[in-house]
Write a protein of this length. Structure first.
Length: 725
């Protein structure tokens, strides 16, 4: 049976959930819990911590505009971290059952709560370890029709009590678990709202800023105007190398807030007016300057702004609460001269005081040096934190097992990915070879192709079996050299089978065992071809790789209303950062135009009526929409694959089950981790659709023969006849 362990506030404050003897009992109970979850449909979850780069305290200060309209809105520049909480969740008929494993491997739980509003409210009021989850469950229960939940936080690499909002992450995790398990269709903002109200149901009085961890590990501008909260997702051009310093001092956040909130809504004296200036005009100027620094990757400017923000805080806020904000340990770190050559700037974290400090370091090497200095010379503990760090894209997956009904009977013997096409070099190639060449030429080390069992032999013949000596002798020299190139390309190809064609999402899921789930993945559609219109001839794949900044991104193309029913479509908000103004003529290409879109919705093959109502994008001509180009870079490969696996389990094996599409998974990824769109310079050809589309592709590529010299054309046909033995 599942039994409760480790309930009490001390387990959180000490970070030790169980004594040695109890650990064995807890692990046994967790094994029982995992056995139960193995029989249920589970969802995989991740929620990061958050760090406030600029704008602390302005969240609650901005809320006072409800009572004093002369106040300026609060503005915070925050970001999710790479560290966070990993969990699995499933339904339970009547109880809330929670476990957690902290950063040190200490186990807490399983702990059971009755799914009764009063019981959950009482549990939240205790302030115990799982009070945050109980508070969120209470808020869910009074708003939605749900039963119970099992939430197993099986891994944590987010430290508690470091100013990274581990409590807010736990609240958002609980809200997201209910949302995903019960398909409540909450937006990220909805999860944030439930997380916030769940946390303030406990004795913790957090600000609204903390729940921005729901946006995932990316920077967000949060604006607080009375009861209104606006969130704008930002792009990060450079990696932030931060070091969090645990100051080992005393700090009472409650006292700090009591002293500062006395200045609101109307100041009584010059000192209180100074706090209004600090959290109003000064804060807005610094946050906007920090956004500009992030946009152009100017880390030196960002560091200088951190120093400036700290100076203003010391001058205007510390006199209101000197007992907590004088912070000798914090200023000892900030003034330690040996650190300065390794950092761009530094400031306090969270509510300030002697809790934690953040150092913005010049590089990863400088971060290591700063940590050594702080630990050896100042005797304080440190933790590295990278924001925006991303691995290069080194793997690709190409679903190529689809059956094209429109191309029957040709597709009965040859899948669209093997249809022959004349390439720009004058060589007749299977379509898949054009795709693989683009990926390999762009620097990818591995290309996974998903094929049907009946056609796998054709792909093996292309990539695994070179021409025989007799066949090679019949080839002209140019094709002999090309045969060697195919062999080199084929060494980077891995073939996996899709036993049944159950949708594009299912095809991607079939590649799971061949992919590194912690690495980003390029996805190319096997029945699409991409030709570039870039002025420098940069391939579409290279364009998308160049646009990749660590957040998942999909290539987009403008599409007329008459054709939107053929493609997945998207809408969102243009990223015009760094642009002086909107172009006077939009839609004609050129560097002056915005190309990056912060996506807000993805829809699979919408009707024209739906597109007109829901998918219009400002700046595009009337009747023009953004559709999927067929190229994607997925940062959260493992999360996408897990969502597809969960969805496949939910659909079951029934032959009447709907196809497992990719668009819905991408939309979940967009909501939870971020998904950008990027307009590439090029044309997409769908060779798996109507025969007319294939003919258009052939004709579009055919003029490329003009770039092939007559001698090369003659050389292609100068080989010996293939007839005879």
């Amino acid at each position: 049976p599942i039994t409760p362990h480790c309930v009490g506030a001390s387990c959180l404050s000490l970070g030790l959930c169980l004594r040695a003897r109890a650990i064995t009992m807890a692990f046994s109970a967790i094994e029982d819990l995992e056995d139960y979850m193995a029989s249920e449909r589970t969802v995989e979850l991740f929620v990061p911590g958050r760090i406030c780069l600029m704008g602390e305290h302005s969240d609650w200060a901005g809320s006072y505009r409800r009572f004093n309209s002369s106040l300026l809105p609060g503005m915070c520049l925050v970001s999710g971290t790479n560290q966070g909480l990993y969990a699995r969740a499933c339904r339970h008929p009547s109880k809330l059952i929670v476990t957690s494993i902290d950063q040190g491997g200490n186990v807490c739980g399983p702990t059971e709560f009755s799914m009764d509003p009063q019981a959950l409210l009482a549990a939240a009021a205790t302030g115990d370890h799982f009070s945050y989850v109980a508070g969120v469950a209470y808020q869910i229960l009074v708003r939605c029709h749900v039963s119970g939940l099992v939430l197993h936080n099986y891994k944590t690499d987010l430290p508690a009590r470091k100013g990274l909002s581990s409590s807010a992450a736990a609240c958002v995790l609980a809200a997201r678990a209910f949302n995903r398990v019960y398909d409540l269709k909450l937006t990220v903002r909805g999860e944030m709202d439930l997380g916030y109200h769940g946390e303030i149901t406990t004795p913790s009085q957090c600000g609204r800023m903390d729940q921005c961890c729901a946006f995932g590990p990316r920077p967000v501008l949060m604006t607080f105007d009375g009861d209104r909260l606006d969130c704008e997702e930002l792009s990060l051009k450079s990696t932030l190398h931060l070091v969090i310093v645990e100051l080992d001092g005393t700090k009472d956040t409650t006292v700090i807030l009591q002293r500062l909130t006395k200045c609101y809504p109307v100041p009584d004296d010059d000192a209180q007016r100074g706090v209004h200036e600090l959290l109003g005009a000064i804060n807005q100027r610094i946050v906007r300057a920090a956004m500009a620094a992030l946009d152009c990757g100017d880390m030196a400017a960002l560091g200088a702004l951190m120093d400036e923000a700290q100076e203003h805080f010391d001058r205007l806020a510390t006199p209101l609460c000197p007992s907590q904000l004088t912070a000798p340990n914090l200023h000892r770190v900030l003034r330690h001269e040996p650190l300065r050559k390794h950092i761009f700037g530094a400031k306090g974290v969270g509510s300030q005081g002697d809790g934690c400090a953040q150092l913005l370091c010049r590089s990863a090497t400088d971060a290591e040096a700063a940590m050594r200095i702080v630990e050896t010379e100042l005797g304080m503990r440190t933790m590295p934190l990278q924001i925006g760090a991303s691995r290069p894209v080194g793997q690709a997956v190409v679903p190529a097992a689809s059956f094209s009904a429109a191309s029957f009977p040709a597709s009965r013997t040859t899948p669209p990915a093997l249809f022959p096409l004349l390439d720009a070099d004058g060589i007749l190639k299977p379509a898949i070879l054009l795709l693989v060449e683009q990926a390999v030429d762009a620097g990818l080390a591995k290309v996974v192709i998903v094929v049907s069992p009946e056609h796998k032999g054709h792909f093996e013949a292309l990539f695994r079996r070179p021409p025989s000596p007799r066949e090679m002798a019949r080839l002209p020299p140019r094709l002999q050299r090309y045969a060697e190139k195919i062999r080199e390309v084929g060494a980077k190809v891995e073939l996996v089978e899709q036993q049944e064609q159950l949708g594009l999402g299912h095809a991607v899921l079939c590649a799971r065992a061949a992919l590194e789930e912690e690495a980003p993945t390029l996805l190319l559609l096997g029945d699409h071809l991409y030709t570039t219109a870039h002025p420098e001839g940069t391939s579409c794949v290279r364009q998308l790789l160049a646009a990749y900044t660590g957040t998942s991104v999909m290539a987009l193309q403008r599409t007329a209303e008459a054709h939107v029913h053929r493609y997945g479509c998207a809408t969102g908000k243009w990223d015009i950062s760094g642009k002086a103004s909107w172009p006077t003529r939009f839609g004609d290409g050129g560097d002056a135009e915005p190309r990056r879109v912060h996506l807000t919705m993805l829809v699979e093959k919408p009707t024209a009526e739906f597109a007109a109502t829901n998918l219009a994008v400002p700046g595009l001509p009337e009747g023009t929409y953004l559709s999927a180009f067929g190229l994607y870079i997925i940062t959260e490969t493992g999360a996408l694959l897990q969502w597809l696996a969960d969805a496949a389990d939910a659909r079951g094996a029934s032959p009447t089950a709907p196809p497992l599409q990719l668009t819905e998974a991408l939309d979940v990824l967009r909501a939870e981790s971020g998904l950008q769109g990027y307009l590439v310079d090029g044309t997409r050809f769908d060779i798996g659709g109507e025969p007319q589309a294939f003919l258009e592709t052939v004709n579009a590529l055919a003029p490329s023969l003009e770039s092939v010299s007559p001698s090369e054309v003659r050389g292609l046909s100068r080989g010996r006849s293939s007839g005879g033995a």
